[in-house]
Design a protein around this ligand. Sequence first.
Ligand code: NAP
Length: 283
Amino acid sequence: MERNFALIGYPLGHSMSPVIHDRLFQLSGDGASRYSLVEIKPEHFRAQAPELFKLSGFNVTIPHKLNIIKYLDGMDISAKRYGAVNVVKCGEQNIGYNTDVDGFLRSVNSLGANLSGRVLLLGCGGAGRMMAIETIRHGGELTIAVRNRPESIEKGQNVLSNIKMLADDAKVRLTTLDGVSGDYDLLLNSTPCGMYPHAGEMPVNPAVLERVEFVFDAIYNPGATELVKTARANGAKAIGGMAMLVWQAVAAHEIWDGVTYDPETISNLIGEMEYAVEHDFGS
Ligand code: NAP
């Protein structure tokens, strides 16, 4: 039976999601499901949201990860924890999930790092907030660095008080990207700084990378950002965001269809997508 899935967001540009999800359907022997891109401008979301539930399931990205919540019948604990939905399974009940966290944790693990040490998080928007909460859940000592502008600092302070509400003994502090000091076990970049077409830009002074052991950059285009390249040149272990992107998609298929995938197959798919982003998606 033909089923339809989609990515909802705006703008979607050259999203890699259809390629990744088509490959995952193929790998699970499903030749009948289709995955497409549905761009919805924020001002049209209210009118178009009810139509989305005719799909079998969908992914949600910027700027609708919060907007979708009021149209759902329920949310899994993963979505409640971060207050953001990136996967919806449609049916008698339309339920929201967060699988970005699966991709993030798998990536940190594959790097050989862990979240229980001194963690420096750059930026704290949607993805950053999830990384911050996970760091605290794993007992890490967290420094969040944001842009040195009143509005960015205010958002950072909101995330900080949010975290303190979730865990009042959390070891967390706020600083600015231009004021980062100290040594860190793991640096997490959740800013879009360095993303195509601004490859070459860095969210922090390169000197910061001389005092860091592991780096995870959520950006997947380019495959290796300036941050990742500089960290590697300094002897740190560093990876980009493709593994996170692919593993969050894998977790969506597990939710939609109950299918599981062999880790080696997924590792090959990540390699395939890293090659594709360098050669086919303009980086
Ligand atoms: P978001 O909600 O817009 O948050 C972006 C954060 O970065 C905010 O804290 C923002 O702070 C800061 N920021 C924006 N531009 C900046 C700049 N030029 N320099 C320094 N800080 C800047 O976005 P998001 O959804 O969290 O996504 C963030 C990044 O993660 C994007 O690159 C996205 O592609 C990537 N991502 C990857 C995956 C994956 O699967 N690999 C999944 C989710 C997200 P201000 O308050 O200062 O604007």
